[in-house]
Every structure is written in C-alpha cells, then in structure tokens.
Write a new protein. Structure first.
Length: 214
C-alpha cells in the first residue's frame, strides 16, 4: 500500500512487516568457553559484530555459553569459513547445559557434552585464556568479558586480547593484515548459511591505511 512520509514523499516500495528475527546476514561464530568441570564447550552463534578490538555478542538468557562466559569472563571467538559449514551445522540444536530450557526443548535442542568431538573440531591451547581455540577455523580471537548489558537477552561486550589466523588468509607483504579476497566467512542469513560473492565495487574507504585505525 502506498504511504506518505512526514516530509510528503510517497513510498510505494516498502511494506511494513513485523519479523520475529532480524538475521539480515552476519558472520557465524563458534564460541569456545570453559565448563565448570574444566571441559570445553563449543557453540555456534551469529549475533556478533566488532568495532576496533571490541566485540559485541548477543546470547539468550538460558544459553550455556552465556553462563560460562559470566563465570569465567573469557572465551574464544572462532570464525569459520564456508569450508567449515558442516562442522558448524553438526552443533545445531545442541546445548552444553544438562538441564535444557523449556524454550530449547520445544525447539528441538538436546544436551551434548562433547561439543568439539561432535563438531569434528580440534582443540588448540590458547595463549591468554583457558578456553581452547579451534584448529580448523581460519580465525580465532581470544577475548575477555568487559560488560553484560542485560535486557531480554545478554548483550556482552568483550575485549579481543589476541588474534590468530591461518597463513592462507594473510595479505602478502603485510604481517598484520587479512586479505579480503582470500577470507571467505560463513554467513548466517535468516537461519540459512551463505558465503560471500566476489568483490562488487572499489571502495573509497580502502584509500585509508588500515593502520590508521590502530
């Protein structure tokens, strides 16, 4: 239906909707945390973004990962590429919590203790946190918890302490840069997996030296 905005411009292109989720397309993250018994938990999520060396993570109130993060105040954010899509999907509908919340039970979740084994992921000792990194993912970022902005979910702010990458995605000739043409993150868009396409258009932002942001 055609509408008129406050400034009088007509808009026949948009329709007002009320979607249950707003998964417009964000990178998938495998978060590794430490369980109370010292074992490792591994969980997929995609409500995440980064500014500088700060990360923001959205997790549900009944999340086992959230409970681990609140208790230990540290984690590893492992970023899978499109090549690890099956690894990520093996963890879907599983939780590290022995008592599965009613919401998760209704959605079909079940308890699984050995998340790394289930995913086919290889744990690697981290440098600054107790939780292990995932060997197979091209990116692994060790992080510590700064704050939890609690509402109807956990909105965690974390500080990235150390970044590890596979040699295959480094930009040749630059020791601390990632080659965007070689890095192909796994993307979640409205509960489905996607990858990036080819570079679309030159960006004027690319004229800014990356170190300028440091």
């Amino acid at each position: 239906m055609e509408t008129i905005s406050r400034n009088g411009a007509r808009d026949s292109a948009h329709t007002t909707i009320d979607p249950a989720i707003l998964y417009w397309g964000t990178p998938v993250v495998l978060i590794s945390t430490s369980n109370p018994d010292g074992t490792a938990n591994l969980a997929p999520m995609s409500s995440a973004f980064w500014m500088g060396h700060t990360g923001v993570l959205g997790l549900g109130l009944s999340s086992h990962t959230a409970a681990n993060l609140l208790r230990t105040r540290e984690c590893v954010l492992n970023l899978p590429s499109v090549e690890q899509v099956e690894m990520v999907d093996r963890l879907a509908l599983t939780t590290g919590a022995r008592e599965v919340s009613p919401w998760k039970q209704e959605a079909g979740y079940h308890f699984h203790a050995e998340k790394f084994e289930l995913a086919g992921a290889t744990p690697v000792v981290s440098d600054t946190v107790a939780a292990p990194r995932v060997h197979e993912t091209p990116v692994a970022m060790e992080a510590t918890l700064i704050a939890d902005h609690l509402s109807d979910m956990h909105l965690f702010t974390v500080q990235i302490e150390r970044v590890h990458v596979h040699e295959s995605i480094r930009l040749q000739g630059h020791p601390n840069r990632v080659d965007p043409d070689r890095w192909r993150p796994l993307i979640m868009s409205f509960q489905h997996f996607y990858g990036l396409g080819e570079r679309m258009h030159p960006s004027r932002l690319a004229s800014i030296r990356e170190d300028h942001y440091r």
